[in-house]
Design a protein around this ligand. Structure first.
Ligand code: AHG
Ligand code: MN
Ligand code: MN
Length: 335
């Protein structure tokens, strides 16, 4: 097999990119590389989940009251350990933990970034060999360097993100991340164990024919949301025909949307009066990425999702995200 030296790996790319910005300290690049390494370790476990004893419920419930799968625990521990030993991360908040963790060794405490994450998204898909993912988000801490992190460091509006990304464990494993400047996609080349730049400068199509929402809850959505969903359901064959997709893993929905365009909606319904998805761990990072790709993301009341100030770590929020043209249509229906 011929080796393609034109394709940069994650380390090469972040180092090269750094050179474009004199004065940059390289801390964010270092943090992204550390997350990339943790992702590779999780990927190894994900790939052998079928034969290793890591399938099924771990017999506990997380702070959201949902069953924790063994792989969720593994991914959570793995990423937290990597961030703890990184010198670029002051603390982490995870969907799987009650509260944030401050790393209080000398190096960590003097670093300027905190990370929020959903270590394993779409965990209901593990047992059936369908795509799952990891989502992360990076903020500059508000508390002074050299002191332990505070809750306020983690409760910043999404517009304050420095970087955000996801890993999709799909038919291939990809790492996609956005900074304030760029949005890049890397595919894991298993033969060398490296993420290689495969999707440079991702842009989401302005319009598409794909919509994604859990239709099982249709009659539980309020009238405006039902009107928004109806926009995509042809009632006569002459109308534009949309294709409906729902994987049950936000990472997979967002990844498909970035590549093919479309809209992904997770509205409020029934007992989920704020929807199911979490503002800090899922919706903020995905909204940051989508906007960087030229798309849009709004919440209830047509508010730009990234402008919402979180009041608690685990809060949930309705989301309508994807191609700008389609989100704007939905926005009109929700008005
Ligand atoms: P998690 O596995 O981290 O709990 O997240 C799963 C989420 C999300 O990714 C997905 O869109 C949603 O749950 C699916 O829920 P429903 O099947 O109830 O729609
Ligand atoms: Mn999730
Ligand atoms: Mn999860």
């Amino acid at each position: 097999m011929k080796f393609n030296r034109q394709v940069m790996n994650l380390d090469e790319f972040t180092i090269q990119d750094l050179k474009n910005y004199p004065g940059a300290t390289g801390q964010l690049s270092g943090l992204l590389r550390d997350i990339g390494l943790a992702a590779k370790r999780v990927n190894v476990e994900v790939n052998k989940a079928g034969i290793a004893d890591i399938l099924g419920e771990a017999g506990k419930t997380n702070v959201q009251g949902e069953a924790v799968k063994k792989l969720d625990e593994f991914a959570n521990d793995q990423i937290i350990n990597s961030l703890a030993s990184s010198i670029y991360c002051a603390g982490v908040a995870s969907e799987e933990n009650d509260t944030f963790i401050s790393f209080n060794d000398e190096y960590s405490m003097n670093s300027k970034y905190v990370v929020l994450m959903d270590p394993l998204d779409g965990s209901g898909n593990i047992d059936v060999n369908v795509s799952i993912g990891t989502i992360f988000s990076v903020y500059r801490r508000l508390s002074p360097n050299g002191t332990p992190c505070t809750l306020e460091d983690f409760l910043q509006p999404g517009s304050q993100q420095i970087a955000a990304g996801y890993i999709i464990y799909g038919s291939s494993t990809m790492l996609v991340y956005a900074t304030r400047r760029t949005l890049q996609g890397f595919t894991l080349d298993p033969s060398i164990g490296e993420f290689c730049l495969s999707h440079p400068d991702l842009k989401v199509p302005e319009d598409s024919d794909i919509f994604s929402v859990n239709m099982g809850y249709y009659h539980l959505y309020d009238e405006k949301v039902r009107n928004a969903v109806d926009l995509f359901m042809a009632t006569d064959a002459k109308q534009k025909i949309y294709r409906h997709r729902f994987v049950g893993c936000m990472v997979a929905e967002i990844h498909r949307t970035l590549i093919q365009g479309g809209i992904f909606m997770y509205p409020a319904f029934g007992k989920y009066t704020n929807g199911r998805l979490r503002l800090c761990y899922e919706c903020n990072p995905m909204s940051f990425i989508m906007e960087k790709a030229g798309g849009r993301s709004i919440s209830a009341g047509n508010q730009r999702l990234l402008d919402v100030k979180p009041t608690e770590l685990h809060e949930r929020i309705p989301i309508f995200i994807g191609s700008a043209g389609m989100v704007t249509k939905v926005e009109e229906a929700l008005r």
